[in-house]
Design a protein around this ligand. Structure first.
Ligand SMILES: *Cc1c(COP(=O)(O)O)cnc(C)c1O
Length: 374
């Protein structure tokens, strides 16, 4: 179809795992979700709200004022900030994916800028940049601890023009490699000039408990991204938010689709925040399960497993040379899938998310079955 942009025609769509209605339910350890659904009592509160208060014939709140306020309170509380973050510092999106796209539209589209990413990282930044015709410049990471190659990044910023790099994306801790930003990386971000926007994606903040929000007031060119899809167990509802200088928030608000969040999703995020103590009680369980899975997988001499600051582990087969890594790791994911556990082959390794107490030992057995094959 000639009316479709030629670069879009060549792209393939982002394809999450397809379910082939298996006879046994699969252990879903491939998308970094929480293994726990919302507790029934909270679902009942939400259902009550839907039945008695939510008028489906009316558009939802387009301003998200209640949600912005509840998020601002949570952010201040979780970083022990007095009231530094106000609703004017918050924008809410249909998943943080929407906010990533809005940030790109607000900064780079139309030939005005390029983005910088360090591979491997969250694939959405590069994919969305591509769909908007925005160049993405990639730099490498350390093979031992996955810290970004900062001299390569400096060089890329100095050398890239027409368009210049306007946005640097980092994840804290990174997906798929699970490492938090090092102090050298943080220092580098602090020194970046104010005409470059720094996006710090803290999707896994509740697991890592490391955040840069306390530094936002000193850095008007920083934006922190968060989501309800992971620790808050609301992936089905698609709610993400960002925290930034009110001027950047005002620009994002201009770009946002009207009524971008359904009334039900807004209600779900509010209910989750109101019950955050209960919901976040699952974090210590997930962290101790992560430790057990890490210890178990690290025993295996042919696996390299990295320490994690998030709710997933990253590993590589030591036997895989770069040329055959892709193929070996997809054999690994296929073998696990055949046994009933979904994991993700990405960035030249395997990402396994920490599941429930029942799922994790099964994952461990299935990894061992693959390693002991022949
Ligand atoms: C899961 C994840 C998100 C969350 O995206 P949503 O659109 O909010 O579900 C954002 N960033 C990273 C790095 C992630 O891994």
């Amino acid at each position: 179809m000639e009316f479709i942009r030629s670069d879009i025609a060549k792209l393939s769509a982002y394809a999450p795992e397809v379910f082939e209605s298996p006879t046994e339910p699969l252990d879903k350890l491939d998308a970094n979700e929480s293994p726990f659904d919302l507790p029934l009592e909270i679902k009942e509160k939400l259902a009550w709200h839907y039945q008695h208060f939510l008028a489906t014939n009316r558009y939802p709140s387009g301003s998200h004022a209640d949600l912005q306020e509840a998020i601002a309170n949570y952010v201040n509380e979780s970083a022990s900030l007095d009231a530094a973050i106000t609703p004017a510092h918050i924008s809410v999106g249909n998943g943080s994916d929407e906010l990533i796209r809005s940030l790109l539209i607000a900064t780079c589209i139309g030939g005005e800028g390029a983005i910088l990413i360090a591979q491997p990282t969250f694939s959405v930044y590069g994919i969305m940049a591509q769909t908007l015709g925005i160049p993405a410049v990639s730099v490498g990471r350390s093979l031992t601890d996955f810290a970004m190659n900062l001299s390569e990044a400096e060089e890329a910023i100095a050398q890239t023009d027409n368009p210049p790099i306007r946005v640097v994306f980092v994840v804290h801790p990174n997906s798929p490699t699970a490492n938090p930003l090092t102090s050298a990386e943080l220092d580098w971000l602090r020194r970046l000039p104010e005409h470059i926007l720094v996006v710090i994606d803290e999707a896994y903040f509740e697991f890592s408990q490391t955040s840069v929000v306390g530094e936002l007031p000193q850095h008007p060119n920083w934006v922190v991204l968060r989501t309800f899809s992971k620790a808050f167990r609301l992936a089905a509802h698609r709610v993400g938010y960002c925290i930034a200088h009110p001027q950047l928030i005002a620009a994002l608000e201009k770009i946002r689709l009207p009524y971008n969040l359904t009334a039900f999703s807004q209600a779900a995020a509010l209910v989750a925040l109101n019950h955050r103590q209960l919901l976040l009680q699952s974090i210590p369980t997930i962290l101790s399960e992560r430790e057990r899975l890490f210890q178990a997988l690290s025993q295996h001499p042919t696996l390299q497993v990295w320490q994690s600051a998030a709710n997933f582990l990253y590993l590589r087969l030591k036997t895989a040379t770069p040329e055959i890594a892709q193929e070996q790791h997809s054999q690994f994911t296929q073998a696990l899938k055949a046994q009933g556990t979904l994991v993700r082959s990405t960035g030249g390794g395997i990402r396994i998310n920490v599941g429930s107490r029942e799922e994790n030992p099964r994952a461990q057995e299935r990894v061992e079955a693959f390693l002991n094959r022949e």
